[in-house]
Design a protein around this ligand. Structure first.
Ligand code: SF4
Length: 229
């Protein structure tokens, strides 16, 4: 599955110069999941993180774990920009419809992720992601490692998910607009796959997704194939 390959390469190159803390995945060391979306009031908030959250899907090997670029949750004292990027390795799959279904299912994982004292706001139509972290959670030692382990555990509930690396970025020095541009491209790919798998119309010259399909290897062939042509 190569749809997101160039984005994964760009993401690795972009983050390569920055210091990273890496934690191997440990499903026994997860932050508590409270099972519902907690409302954290302003007065109970330690800080807010706002920025981008998106998945990059591959069938190439990924090392399961959490990577932190910048300060961890316990070291942040005021609201700032952030990004969460999940590199998700899916099982090798030839059937495009199954690949597409898996990509959609992986996208929904964020709606079933409820770490205590970590209120996430996100939308299905955008790559924006914001997190409000409670003072109590900071006091109790929440970290990206434990919050990230919980997120990985949620992804892994799907047996087709083989490994996940969740990258949290809070470093002030990063150009977050570049990450947003990557997220937008990722959205474009998912949108094009959506169109391809659900549409009987195959006319690249009039299609608004042409810039995406011109850039991403295999998209036009996939649409061609899905039409039985
Ligand atoms: S292959 Fe052509 S028609 Fe299909 S989504 Fe891409 S640009 Fe549109």
């Amino acid at each position: 599955m190569k749809f997101f390959s160039s984005l994964i390469k760009d993401f690795s190159a972009f983050t390569e110069p920055y210091n990273k803390k890496k934690y191997a995945y440990n499903g026994q060391n997860c932050w508590k999941d409270i099972g519902y979306n907690e409302v954290i009031m302003q007065r109970d908030t330690a800080f807010e993180l706002s920025g981008t959250g998106f998945n990059l899907i591959t069938s190439s090997p990924v090392e399961s774990g959490v990577t932190v670029i910048g300060d961890d949750l316990g070291d942040i004292t005021e609201s700032r920009k952030f990004a969460r990027v999940s590199l998700v390795q899916l099982e090798q799959q030839e059937d495009e419809q199954k690949i597409y279904n898996l990509i959609r299912k992986v996208e929904y994982v964020k709606y079933h992720y409820f770490p205590e004292g970590y209120m996430m706001r996100t939308s299905s139509r955008s790559h924006k992601e914001a997190v409000r972290v409670s003072k109590k959670a900071v006091k109790n030692g929440i970290s990206f490692e434990t919050a990230g382990n919980l997120l990985i555990k949620k992804y892994m509930e799907n047996p087709a998910v083989k490994a996940v690396n969740v990258v949290f970025v809070t470093d002030h020095k990063l150009d977050y607009s570049k990450l947003e541009a990557l997220a937008l491209k990722g959205n474009g790919i998912t949108e094009a796959l959506n169109h391809i798998m659900n549409s009987v119309k195959f006319d690249c010259e009039t299609c608004n997704l042409k810039p995406v399909c011109d850039e991403v290897e295999g998209m036009k062939e996939l649409h061609f194939k899905s039409m039985g042509m």
